[in-house]
Design a protein around this ligand. Structure first.
Ligand code: BG6
Length: 486
């Protein structure tokens, strides 16, 4: 315990990115196309229309499989982290980052998902990356699946709907555990596993048009079940292969308040929150919760389970709970309640909260509420692995004065400190998009989260030069003082 700071002495301050949003080099050194490589940037679309931004067609799939129309697909270029990671890590180290969350692009290791041998160049890239992190005393926190499964698995099997994908993932995970066992201690299996319902293609390679009519929702639950099983098996294997390793689940924490204290609003909110807890209930408590089981039954959704699946879920639960938190929403039964966007969701507007340009309601107290709720429910260590403000930045005299971003983080850190003081066990904090990267939801470059600016626009023009924002110096000070100096 740090006696002067509310944060524990070894609190893991750091940053987070994902391979598909940062690396670029989408078809270099043997990498196969991933689902992310099939998503285009769509100018002039309503910023809150995620379905529109993530929509895809057969043309997109064809483009990605055959390497056409590169310029339209920003996630293929990212911010060229693939070639610039050494310089970028030096910047993260300069900020004092103790941990960096990255993901492994599965299709760099298994280009089609089921190749006879893993791709050595891909394995070597991540080995070099993790070694470089260690050189800077930056602890890697590695996500195995962050919206970037091999596109071929999506095409061949309708993604995670098919059981074979479980085997492919477990094999891929084991190759990673074997190769990086001396370098990586902290692992996450699936980024925002709940997002399969909101964007099934990018999360799990599932396309509704490939399901039999009427089976679309069932197929998504089937894919989710397969991810649960795969996650549990990967957790088992990680523990067996890497003594002392810790594996986390990862949830989009969509904290929802009732719009009013009308019991109908409270009930509707409760149901939303029960749904949000479903995923962590399975991955931490080791079983489908009874209310969810009954709900599936009432909706006529039958998940196919293999004998032994329930045992696997029960036996191989995770060590810690990680989550993203950006905003909160409210819920109302009033049909005319004003709606507002959140992270790939729509909810009801909260009159007490300001919102970002993308409509995400800024709610630091909601982070504290989330920490208290999650810790009270599970009594497992928590890790905030995504949080931040997407905003448009402008350069004035070579500087970026992003006081709005500093305010956002400061107010969230204050709430984190309070939650810790009130007894929550929090392992660390990794800001989302520590360096500006391509947006997951809109494929924009100009929705910036970073402490480090990257000179690139939505169409891919720019020098890719890196520039420290005001928030860079601020975060450095926060880390150096272990959160005392906010
Ligand atoms: C999370 C994802 O949901 O939100 C990230 O895990 C994503 O990949 C982040 O980038 C912010 O969303 P967006 O759409 O603003 O990039």
């Amino acid at each position: 315990k740090d006696t002067q700071s509310g944060f524990p002495e070894h609190f893991l301050w750091g940053g987070a990115i994902a391979a598909n949003q940062a690396e670029g080099a989408w078809n270099l050194d043997g990498k196969g196309p991933s689902v992310a490589d099939a998503i285009t940037y769509k100018a002039n679309l309503d910023l809150t229309n995620y379905e529109g931004h993530m929509a895809l067609s057969d043309q997109n799939i064809d483009d990605a499989l055959n390497g056409h129309n590169d310029a339209l697909y920003p996630k293929r270029r990212g911010i060229d982290f693939y070639h610039r990671y050494k310089d970028d890590l030096a910047l993260f180290a300069e900020m004092g980052c103790k941990v960096l969350r990255v993901s492994i692009a599965w299709a760099r290791i298994f280009p089609t998902g089921e190749d006879a041998e893993p791709n050595e160049a891909g394995l070597q890239f991540y080995e070099d990356l993790f070694r470089e992190m260690r050189k800077h005393q930056i602890e890697p926190l590695v996500t195995l699946s962050h919206y970037e499964m091999p596109l071929v698995l999506s095409e061949k099997y309708n993604g995670w709907v098919h059981r074979n994908v479980v085997d492919a993932f477990v094999r891929y995970s084991n190759v990673c555990f074997d190769r990086y066992k001396d370098l990586v201690r902290y692992w996450l299996t699936f980024n925002e596993i709940d997002s399969i319902h909101r964007h099934p293609f990018t999360t799990a390679g599932i396309r509704h048009e490939k399901s039999a009519p009427g089976r679309e929702t069932r197929d998504v639950y089937q894919g989710l079940h397969h991810q649960f099983v795969a996650s549990a098996l990967a957790t088992r294997d990680c523990h067996a292969k890497i003594p002392g390793s810790q594996v986390g689940c990862m949830l989009t924490k969509l904290t929802t308040y009732p719009r009013t204290c009308h019991p109908a609003d409270v009930e509707a909110t409760l149901k939303k929150n029960i749904e949000n807890y479903f995923y962590t209930d399975v991955q931490i408590r080791g079983a489908y919760p009874p209310l969810i089981k009954r709900d599936l039954e009432l909706r006529g959704i039958q998940i196919e389970m293999q004998p032994g699946d329930e045992d696997i879920l029960r036996q191989y639960t995770v060590d810690f709970l990680s989550f993203s938190y950006y905003m909160s929403l409210t819920e109302s039964t009033q049909p005319d309640a004003e709606r507002i966007a959140g992270n790939t969701v729509l909810g009801v507007k909260n009159p007490y909260l300001p919102a970002s340009e993308w409509g995400w309601q800024i709610d630091p107290v909601g982070l504290k509420i989330s920490l208290l709720e999650l810790y009270d429910r599970y009594q497992k260590p928590l890790f905030i692995v995504e949080n931040g403000l997407g905003a448009k930045d402008s350069i004035e005299d070579g500087k970026i004065h992003d006081g709005y971003r500093i305010d956002y983080f400061r107010s969230h850190f204050e709430q984190m400190e309070q939650a810790i003081n009130e007894g929550v066990e929090l392992m660390g904090f990794t800001s989302w998009g520590t360096i500006d990267i391509i947006s997951a939801g809109t494929s924009q470059m100009t929705k910036r989260y970073g402490f480090i600016y990257v000179d690139q626009d939505d169409d891919g023009n720019g020098s890719l030069a890196r520039l420290r924002k005001d928030s860079f110096w601020w975060y450095k000070k926060v880390i150096a003082s272990n959160g005392r100096d906010l």
